[in-house]
Design a protein around this ligand. Structure first.
Ligand code: DAH
Length: 350
């Protein structure tokens, strides 16, 4: 393919290549040099191709000279390549130096919503007393949300809990976590003692304002065993109040009415702000209402398969937002679900 080229000699190629290698400043210039001299179509290959056309006696001498040129060029090339790689690396290292004294990025660590802080805290208190945490579903049947809790269809207490029905009167958004009581009792094939809490969302057709919301959370509690008494309930809730609101807190029980408990009580805690003297938070009374409770109605026990002659129990229901509002001085219940980032950002808990 190649014609003999008088201008292409091993010496001239070597000289030219070494000069080019010397001049090359970058990896890309070096690769141009490689292409021109060392690649398959480069000048060294062209010299090799010329050999075939030489007379026998010239071949050996020419071949030796080509080999010497090739070796010199390859060595010079490798050396320059190594130097240039080192130089480029050190340039990059000095340019890309990391200044570890610069301030880092602010990743904006968030806070746990007070709503979940309260659920976690209340859960911890009861788990430490040996309670099990039970889940539940927000879509409930009328049977579990009302009937099994001693609230038949035309019972007046249904008016207190205006319900979101889902298409028909059997399916609804639960109005109270008390539905978990009936589930827990009925799910026990062999009736054994129960000690459970069940936190979750509930829904009511309320017009939202500062203290009312169509959605809020409750934590239900249920204890069923042989010989459970009202004093067990009082002792449990006293401990709960002290853990949540401080060691000095006391509780008082006021008579109340819930269809699923008999007797029923409303539980007040002595005001953690004024210690009982009377202030704006407790509206001057020294007491703050925190939950509803009572002894499980024997009818509820027997409808759920627990013989009331053998078993007794107590139950309670805590309003999560109410506790959070009291503890953290939050003025409006709607803040819990509005997801206003300013509220969530400002709110750092304790
Ligand atoms: N379910 C009641 C409500 O939503 C709260 C409640 C009261 C739950 C007494 C109980 C209880 O378990 O014993 O108003």
């Amino acid at each position: 393919m190649s014609e003999i080229n008088e201008n292409l000699t091993p010496e001239s190629v070597q000289q030219e290549a070494l000069a080019e290698i010397g001049k090359a400043q970058s990896a890309s210039e070096l690769s141009e040099v490689y292409n021109a001299f060392l690649s398959k179509k480069g000048k060294l290959s062209q010299l090799m191709a010329m050999m075939g056309k030489l007379a026998k006696e010239e071949k050996a001498k020419f071949g030796k000279a080509v080999n010497e040129a090739k070796q010199a060029i390859t060595e010079a090339f490798a050396k320059k390549k190594e130097e240039s790689e080192k130089k480029e690396l050190s340039e990059r290292l000095s340019k890309e130096k990391i200044d570890i004294s610069l301030p880092g990025y602010d990743f904006g660590v968030g806070h746990i919503n007070p709503y979940y802080q309260v659920i976690d805290e209340v859960t911890d208190v009861f788990v430490s007393m040996g309670y099990e945490v039970i889940g539940g579903t927000e879509v409930e049947s009328d049977h579990f949300n009302f009937e099994l809790l001693n609230v038949p269809k035309d019972h007046p207490s249904r008016d207190m809990q205006d319900t979101f029905y889902l298409g028909n009167v059997e399916k609804l958004l639960r109005t109270q976590t008390s539905a978990a009581q009936a589930h827990t009792m009925l799910e026990k094939e062999v009736k054994t003692p129960i000690k459970m809490i069940s936190p979750g969302k509930v829904y009511r057709r309320d017009d939202d304002d500062m203290t009312h919301s169509h959605q809020f959370a409750q934590i239900e509690g249920l204890v069923v065993d042989k010989k459970v008494s009202l004093s067990d309930l009082k002792g449990t809730l006293e401990l709960f109040a002290k853990k949540m609101f401080g060691e000095k807190r006391e509780i008082r029980l006021r008579s109340s009415y819930f269809p699923f408990t008999e007797p029923s009580v409303e539980v007040d805690v002595s005001c953690f702000n004024c210690g009982g003297k009377g202030c704006a938070i407790c509206k001057g009374s020294g007491w703050i209402e925190i939950l509803g409770a009572g002894m499980v109605n024997p009818k509820v026990l027997s409808d759920c398969g627990y013989d009331p002659n053998e078993w007794s129990g107590f139950a309670f229901g805590v309003g999560v937002e109410r506790v959070a509002m009291l503890r953290y001085g939050i003025d409006d219940i709607r803040r819990f679900y509005q997801n206003d980032v300013r509220f969530l950002k400002d709110f750092k808990g304790e």
